[in-house]
Design a protein around this ligand. Structure first.
Ligand code: CP3
Length: 341
C-alpha cells in the first residue's frame, strides 16, 4: 500500500507525507526541456512517454511522497468538441466558448476519447514509481470546468459565468450531468490504470452563494464521488473547493470525500478545530511564501506543522507552485520537514 493510502487507513506517519500542487512544471529546467521537445502543452499531456517523464521529475529531484499525473483539468473539453489551446501569458483559449456557441457534440465514452492517453501515462508512471509512493489521478469539478467552457479563457471576474449559468439553467444542468458522468468514468479509468488516489479540483468554488454552491458544487461532486466509490470503494478521494471558506465543512461532510485540500487563506484554527476532527487535510502553505523561501518559509512550515500535527495530514501548498519559484526552495522545504522529530 502506498503512503497516502496508509495515512487514509489511519496509520501514524511522521514526518508527514509531502506532495505539492503543480510540483511538475515550468519552474523546473528539466520540465522545460521536455515541454520544448513535445511542442505544445497539449502534446505534452497527450504523449504518454513525455507526460510520464515530467510526472516523475519532481520525485527524482526532491523525493516527494506522491506524484500527480501530468495532465490538465481542461483536457476533458475535447470530449465536447471544443478545440483548446494553451497560449503563453494567456493560458487556456477555447475555440467555441458557450457564450458564443452553445452547440455541443459530445463524446460520452471516455474510452473513445483522447483521455485514454492519460491512462497510458499513468500506467507507465506506476511501473517506474517506487512502490511506496502514491500516484494521484485527477479531474476538474464540473463548476470549475464550466467556467472555462462558458468564457473560453481564464477570468478573474466570474460574474459573467455565474450569470450565464442562471440564465441558461436547463442547458447548464444538462452539461453538468454530462460532466459528472464523464469525470467519474475518467477517474475510474485513471484508477484502473494505476492511480491509487484521486483529486477533484474546484478552483473557482469560492465565488458562489449557498444555493449555487449546493447545486453546482456539492450535488455534482457528490455524484462523481458516489460513482467512483461504487467501483473503487477503497480509493481515497481528495476534494478541493478553493476559496469556499463558508462552505468547507459542509462540502467535506456532504460530498463523501476522504481528504480535504485547504487553500492558503483558510484559517488554520478552523482547519484544526473543525476539519481535522473528521477528515485528513492537505495544505496549506502559501505558494508565495515558497517563492520567497528562506527564514519566512521555515517559520511558516513550523507554524503549519505545529497546528496540524496532532491529526493525520499531508504537508502541502494552498495552491500550485508559481512559475518563478527556485527549485532550491522546494528542496529546502522537503529537507526541513524530514529533519523534524
Ligand atoms: O503537478 C501538477 O499539479 C499536475 C499537473 C496539473 C496541471 N494543471 C498542469 C499545467 C494540474 C493538476 C492542473 C490542474 C488545473 N489546470 C487546474 C486546477 C488547479 C488550479 O491551478 O487551480 C486549473 C484551474 C487548470 C487550468 C489551467 N491549466 C490554466 C488556467 C492554465 C494556465 C495558467 C498557467 O499556469 O499557465 C493551465 C496550464 C497548465 N496546466 C500548465 C501546467 C504545468 C502551464 C502550461 C505550460 O507548461 O505551458
Amino acid at each position: 500500500m502506498t503512503i497516502l493510502c496508509k495515512l487514509n487507513d489511519g496509520d501514524k506517519i511522521w514526518p508527514p507525507p509531502i506532495w505539492l500542487m503543480r510540483q511538475a512544471g515550468r519552474y523546473l529546467p528539466e520540465y522545460n526541456v521536455i515541454r520544448n521537445k513535445a511542442g505544445s502543452f497539449l502534446d505534452l499531456c497527450y504523449k504518454p512517454d513525455y507526460a510520464s517523464e515530467v510526472t516523475l521529475q519532481p520525485i527524482s529531484r526532491f523525493d516527494l511522497d506522491a506524484a500527480i499525473i501530468f495532465a490538465d483539468i481542461l483536457l476533458i473539453l475535447q470530449n465536447f468538441g471544443m478545440g483548446i489551446k494553451f497560449e503563453e501569458k494567456i493560458g487556456p483559449v477555447l475555440e467555441k466558448p458557450l457564450i458564443e456557441n452553445p452547440v455541443l457534440n459530445v463524446i460520452t465514452e471516455v474510452e473513445k476519447s483522447k483521455l485514454v492517453n492519460v491512462g497510458e501515462a499513468i500506467n507507465l508512471t506506476r511501473n517506474k514509481l517506487p512502490r511506496e509512493k502514491s500516484l494521484i489521478g485527477f479531474c476538474g469539478a464540473p463548476w470549475t470546468v464550466m467556467t472555462y467552457m462558458i468564457n473560453g479563457r481564464s477570468k478573474k471576474d466570474l460574474s459573467q459565468s455565474v450569470k450565464w449559468m442562471e440564465d441558461n439553467q436547463s442547458l447548464a444542468n444538462d452539461i453538468i450531468d454530462v460532466l459528472v458522468d464523464l469525470s467519474a468514468a475518467y477517474l475510474i479509468l485513471q484508477i484502473q490504470a494505476g492511480a491509487d488516489i484521486v483529486k477533484i479540483f474546484d478552483s473557482w468554488a469560492g465565488v458562489l452563494n449557498e444555493s449555487q454552491f449546493n447545486n453546482w458544487v456539492i450535488k455534482p461532486t457528490s455524484k462523481i464521488i458516489a460513482k467512483v466509490k461504487d467501483v473503487f470503494p477503497k480509493t481515497p478521494i481528495i476534494g478541493f473547493p478553493k476559496g469556499a471558506h463558508k462552505f468547507y465543512e459542509k462540502y467535506a461532510l456532504e460530498t463523501g470525500l476522504n481528504i480535504i485540500a485547504v487553500d492558503s487563506e483558510l484559517d488554520r484554527d478552523y482547519v484544526r478545530n473543525i476539519l481535522q476532527k473528521k477528515f485528513i487535510v492537505q495544505g496549506n502553505i502559501s505558494p508565495n511564501i515558497l517563492l520567497r523561501g528562506g527564514a519566512e518559509l521555515k517559520k511558516d512550515i513550523e507554524l503549519n506543522i505545529n497546528k496540524f500535527r496532532d491529526q493525520p495530514f499531508i504537508l502541502g501548498l494552498g495552491h500550485g507552485i508559481l512559475k518563478n519559484t527556485p527549485p532550491q526552495h522546494v528542496l529546502d522545504l522537503v529537507q526541513f520537514v524530514r529533519s523534524l522529530s
